[in-house]
Design a protein around this ligand. Sequence first.
Ligand SMILES: Cc1cc2nc3c(=O)[nH]c(=O)nc-3n(C[C@H](O)[C@H](O)[C@H](O)COP(=O)(O)OP(=O)(O)OC[C@H]3O[C@@H](n4cnc5c(N)ncnc54)[C@H](O)[C@@H]3O)c2cc1C
Length: 500
Amino acid sequence: MQAPDRVRRVVILGGGTAGWMTAAALSRSFGDTVAITLLESDAIGTVGVGEATIPTIHWFNELIGIDEAEFLRATKATFKLGIEFVDWAAPGHRYFHPFGQFGATLPGVAFHHRWLKAQAEGMDVPLSALSLATQLAAEGRFAKPVGDPRSILSTLGYAYHFDAGLYAAFLRRRSEGAGVVRVEGQLRNVERDSDTGLLTALVTERGERIAGDLFIDCSGFRALLIAGEMGEGYEDWSHWLPCDRAVAVPCARVAATTPFTRSTARAAGWQWRIPLQHRTGNGYVYASRYVSDDEAAATLMANLDGEALAEPRFLRFTAGTRRRPWRGNVVAIGLSSGFLEPLESTSIHLIQSGIAKLLTLFPNRDHDPALADRFNTVFARDMDGVKDFLILHYHANTNPAPLWQHCRTMTLPETLIAREEQYRRSGRIILDADELFRDASWLAVLNGQGIVAQGYNPLADAIDSATNKAQVRQIADVVARAAPTLPLHDAALAAIIGTA
Ligand SMILES: Cc1cc2nc3c(=O)[nH]c(=O)nc-3n(C[C@H](O)[C@H](O)[C@H](O)COP(=O)(O)OP(=O)(O)OC[C@H]3O[C@@H](n4cnc5c(N)ncnc54)[C@H](O)[C@@H]3O)c2cc1C
């Protein structure tokens, strides 16, 4: 067998969260068998937001060998148990999308069918009472999940909020420690092989030439390689997700940390609140068709819970995706590959998911197009799944403001219509095996947005009604008893990072 012609030089364009996550993962995975160079421009800077994550972040942290306490200290992170949605379904209404699961793993039918059956038979226990993460969040408490499935703590899940700038710096230190070479400067032009059309080098404004076999486009919304060089287009999803701008501002932190992200619906979008150790991040994501920049900034500044620590910063974007984020020897990871607004904190997940796919499908220098095709197919599935989940939040509402009226009446993707109808009819949440958001997430948002299941899986009728109700009630009791015994978030964090 002839030795394969391996990729020996990877060039990453961009040093935002995507660039440094990619550099950290590739350097850790390939050691010195692949030379990695990262080009970034201090003058251009990074998008600088992106501070809330979902539990898949643990996979990435394990991949690059992060010590949790060191990571929490370095990025001034806090724990996140889920997202609180305020005023989304209707003014004055709140619900929580928790990480982890509802109820407990009992033999037979999925737990939520047991709950639906009990509700249909007159029991009045809200879904939130069956989630320990929801109860902990409401009380400002935090605990990590345990492996023993008999413990109610096994139903928990968690992620982090962190400072985006500190996170990139943390990953940069690790990457440079593992041999990644950073070049500071602006891209001037790209060299290509005239026969194959493949990229051969990036050239900076100062004339440095960075040659490579594989190029990762982490240049953010500019998408300089995948769009600029390879000509890949952008599929616009703004008819479903009309928010196209954000204004962000940090403010002073309040006394105790709330271990969750808060998302509050506003007239033309929604506002995030992300608590960190040293400050609170805030932003208003809005549709410019329905509100001016000045009005959006005024709304944000009027709704901070501490003193503003900087001037508000504006960002522009278009919801959408690139159908072929891998073309030739260019792979787009991060904002260059597409963007879905941060309503469910999915962008950092999509970065690590891109990295995982790249590691699985890492090419040789022949750049087998079948690998790119596979990457593009799986990436498209990821994006489509997240897109549908986000649209669900928007369309089921009773808000009279024009943005919300538009969302109520817009034509939905067929996939979402089918899923919602099935849930309404039978309480079933039909998911593909590799979808990111699982039953508990869909259940939380369907139920939270006021979509009511009319039925449940008949398998639940194999359990007699009294026993079923007693068991569901018992789980709610266990949750209610456990929550107050667990530590407050800040005490739990201090114990882990060593400042208790
Ligand atoms: C309003 C908003 C809120 C968000 N909130 C969240 C969240 O809560 N959770 C989450 O997971 N994600 C969130 N995201 C997404 C998240 O911020 C991004 O996915 C993440 O920061 C990755 O960005 P990036 O590295 O792809 O791009 P960027 O941060 O824009 O980095 C681009 C890099 O390319 C470099 N570059 C560009 N042009 C050149 C050039 N010509 N020469 C050299 N270098 C160049 C820049 O210097 C920079 O280093 C949010 C995004 C927005 C817009």
